[in-house]
Design a protein around this ligand. Structure first.
Ligand code: ATP
Ligand code: MG
Length: 553
């Protein structure tokens, strides 16, 4: 398995590699494409397809095109085109000068449809969409032939041209392929290949009022571009005979081959663009790049790295069998990637005050602390220390269980990079909540000194009160939780976002949006790209430090 080995390119293929190597003597001739419909932002499932298509081309020295599959005039938008290009570049892939729009092939598609009519392989049908549906038959019964099926070539050519000219209303006529109404594969029962839709298209405006159907358009687009291997997801498996029919009945130089693989499914995650779009449009999340979303712009803002996403995609592999991948597996690759890259600092997310009663009032000393536990090249920084600190509330227990090695009355712990302190007293408010913990410190235990007289089991982190930066820190849980009463089996998790007011050591001051840190013991964090400013710092937790996923290396 490829994990975080930066020197090796991750490999995404496997059974598809075999097919390509069997098909092509010269595998550098491989041409793939990533064909998003610009009707939403890309999500992690798309990343799998991007890694696969661009990854295979890269591996063989071939080419991968970016083609916007914009044959449906409804719901498409240039905002989506821009975001998709950004996301693919961010993932680290390059389509060079091969940026294509299916809509730019409309003229050619029309000509190919005419070619089919001339060959007697397509006809104009006057049946309504409902009639077409009812005549299609079932899995066990053949369909019924359209009464318009045997129109002459001349009549079909004339009617198709008049469809194009706008002489008919939406739904009044269609162009259908003439294949086989008795085919066991329903997709082959004279499928509609052109429909009338008087709609404005985002790229072609009002030039067209007839639009090609996906099953006709897609193979034509692939063939026009010289795509050799058209990789798509399993739901198109039953459409492959139609794909082949289109490719084989039109005079193309390159006959592309469709290969299907199983979609990426993530545990407790709803990936579909339609679902994501609804969350955004109804303002249930903070835009398409809300860090809780599994969109690529969401996980980028969350702080995931392209390397982590690519390594994750390589780790899940490619197969025809459906499976569900755990979120822990995704998070594992995020941690793996961040660990060697990100400096470690101290931040307290749930602060309680610690007063060192024998430390001189008004004194501040600068302690030198390493910026990374394993990599000295990160260097060291000076961290201010004085009498009043914040520590995590959960690092103190008044009545600790046996294996609690942090702070408790009478117990001694090490303050990270500083001194040993012993708890002497606790101050509470009138409701019994702890407001201050009092300690004494032992100057002989200063970090870096050769102190061996006694050991302590626990080390806790801290932040100096006076110089701390206060920041909003966003902590996340999964966006949805299982819900049997809901149609899709999930409902929004009301606890998916929790914002806490945290204290962070002053070295983090001036962090720029997208700067990443490990907050020791609390996880990896990123300065929010939308809301973090010098005056009002905002950090998002990328991932905690605990992993439940074990890779099989
Ligand atoms: P959605 O189901 O989220 O609406 P889509 O398949 O309609 O996605 P497209 O823009 O048509 O979105 O997809 C572009 C490419 O990404 C297609 O080749 C599609 O098969 C692939 N793709 C979409 N979802 C996944 C997924 N979960 N795993 C792998 N590939 C995917
Ligand atoms: Mg789609």
């Amino acid at each position: 398995m490829e994990s975080n080995n930066e020197n090796k390119e991750a490999v995404y293929g496997n059974f598809i590699n075999t097919i390509i190597e069997e098909d092509l003597e010269d595998t550098s001739k491989v041409v793939t494409r990533f064909p998003p419909e610009p009707n939403g932002y890309l999500h992690l499932g798309h990343a799998k397809s991007i890694c696969l298509n661009f990854g295979l081309a890269k591996q063989y020295g071939g080419k991968c095109n970016l083609r916007f599959d914009d044959t449906n005039p409804a719901k498409e938008d240039t905002e989506f085109v821009n975001s998709i290009e950004n996301d693919i570049r961010w993932l680290g892939f390059d389509w060079e000068d091969r940026l294509f729009f299916a809509s730019s092939y409309f003229d050619k598609m029309y000509e190919y449809a005419v070619e089919l009519i001339k060959k007697g392989l397509a006809f104009v049908c006057d049946m309504s969409p409902e009639e077409v549906r009812l005549s299609r038959g079932t899995l066990t019964e053949p369909g019924k032939e359209s009464p318009y099926r045997n129109r002459s070539v001349e009549e079909n050519l004339d009617l198709f041209e008049r469809m194009k000219k706008g002489e008919f209303a939406d739904g009044e006529k269609t162009l259908r392929a003439k294949i086989d109404m008795a085919s066991p594969n329903i997709n082959m029962r004279d499928p509609v290949i052109y429909r009338i839709a008087h709609m404005t298209h985002h790229a072609t405006g009002d030039k067209w009022c007839i639009y090609p159907m996906y099953d006709f358009a897609h193979p034509v687009e692939d063939a026009i571009e010289g795509v050799t291997h058209s990789i798509c997801t399993m739901e198109f498996e039953d459409h492959r005979p139609l794909y082949d029919w289109v490719v084989n009945n039109i005079d193309f130089d390159v006959k592309p081959r469709q290969i299907e693989f199983a979609k990426l499914n993530l545990e407790d995650t709803i990936m579909g663009k339609r679902y994501l779009r609804n969350l955004v449009e109804t303002n249930q999340v903070d835009g398409w790049d809300d860090p809780r979303l599994i969109t690529l712009s969401g996980i980028r803002r969350r702080g995931y790295t392209p390397e982590a996403v690519r390594n994750f995609c390589a780790s899940v592999g490619v197969s025809k069998a459906n499976s569900v991948v755990s979120l822990a597996q995704l998070e594992y690759f995020v941690r793996e990637d961040l660990q060697p890259k990100v400096p470690v600092v101290m931040a307290v997310l749930d602060p309680v005050k610690l007063v060192i009663t024998n430390y001189p009032e008004g004194q501040t000393e600068m302690l030198e602390i390493e910026n990374h536990a394993k990599d000295e090249s990160f260097g060291k920084r000076m961290v201010p220390f004085s009498r009043e600190l914040y520590i995590e509330r959960e690092d103190f227990m008044e009545e600790p269980p046996k294996k609690f090695f942090r702070l408790a009355p009478g117990k001694e712990v090490r303050l990270k990079g500083a001194y040993f302190v012993t708890c002497t007293d606790v101050v509470k408010d009138e409701n019994g909540n702890i407001t201050e913990i009092h300690c004494t410190y032992d100057p002989a235990t200063k970090s870096g000194l050769d102190f061996t007289a006694r050991k302590v089991k626990g080390t806790i982190h801290w932040v100096n009160c006076e110089t701390a930066i206060s920041a909003d820190v966003n902590l996340y849980e999964n966006l949805v939780v299982p819900d049997e009463t809901s149609d899709n089996g999930y409902s929004l998790n009301p606890d998916s976002l929790k914002t806490v007011r945290a204290y962070i050591e002053p070295s983090v001051k001036g962090a720029k949006p997208m700067d990443r840190f490990q907050f020791i013991r609390n996880g990896y964090f990123i300065a929010d790209s939308k809301h973090c400013t010098e005056d009002k710092p905002v950090f998002n937790r990328i991932v905690s430090l605990k992993s439940s996923f074990k890779p099989n290396k």
